[in-house]
Design a protein around this ligand. Sequence first.
Ligand SMILES: *Cc1c(COP(=O)(O)O)cnc(C)c1O
Length: 244
Amino acid sequence: MTVGSGPTSPLAAGRVEELRVALAAVRDRLAAACAAAGRASDEVTLVAVSKTHPAHDVRLLAELGVRDFGESRDQEARRKSGELADGPQLRWHFVGRLQRNKCRSIARYADCVHTVDRPELCDELEDGAARTRRLLRCLVQVSLDGDPVRGGMPARDVPALADRISAAAHLELAGVMAVAPQAWDPARAFGELHAVAERVRQQAPAARVISAGMSADLEPAIAAGATHVRVGTALFGHRPPILR
Ligand SMILES: *Cc1c(COP(=O)(O)O)cnc(C)c1O
């Protein structure tokens, strides 16, 4: 006997139910955080971070109305975006560390790259985006504590990188992104990110995106003005460890 895992099997039905419940809970958290901050809930976009989870999960969440998905490795993202090209139009957000030699590939399927953190990436992203003849939205990743492991530009260097993105013909400076340093109070981290975002908006008024907040800290992020939250675990459950 084979145990099916196709869309009509009991296993898949159980997964739909799990995702439906998790999505409702996350949407409730978003709505409550927006209400507490005096913001409209449509000001915040939920990016479902699907890294390590199968394309089938993405398909099920898309059927539940989610359109924005986040991935952190090029090969996996490229495969999933290809597999799902026949369904509803999805927006792919690249949220992982950028390697220079992957930028051209990422530019082909990504709508928004959240992790631009050094000038030399801009030429590669521009090159890839020019081939697709469309605008690639880019966020400057800000390092709030200067720890090189997580990536990101120190706040003082953000304006120069933002200018570099703005100057590229096929890149659109859309805003900023950060991950709160683990040892920090998230309210302080996201408050500092908000200040960096304000400075970028003085340079480029259209750069309104603040990508901040994950499963554990989306409330303080929304309180500090996040427009995009990147949620993985709270939607899909725990990830298997990533083997590199
Ligand atoms: C994995 C990841 C997320 C999602 O984190 P969760 O804690 O699972 O919600 C968000 N942002 C980035 C940059 C990530 O790499």
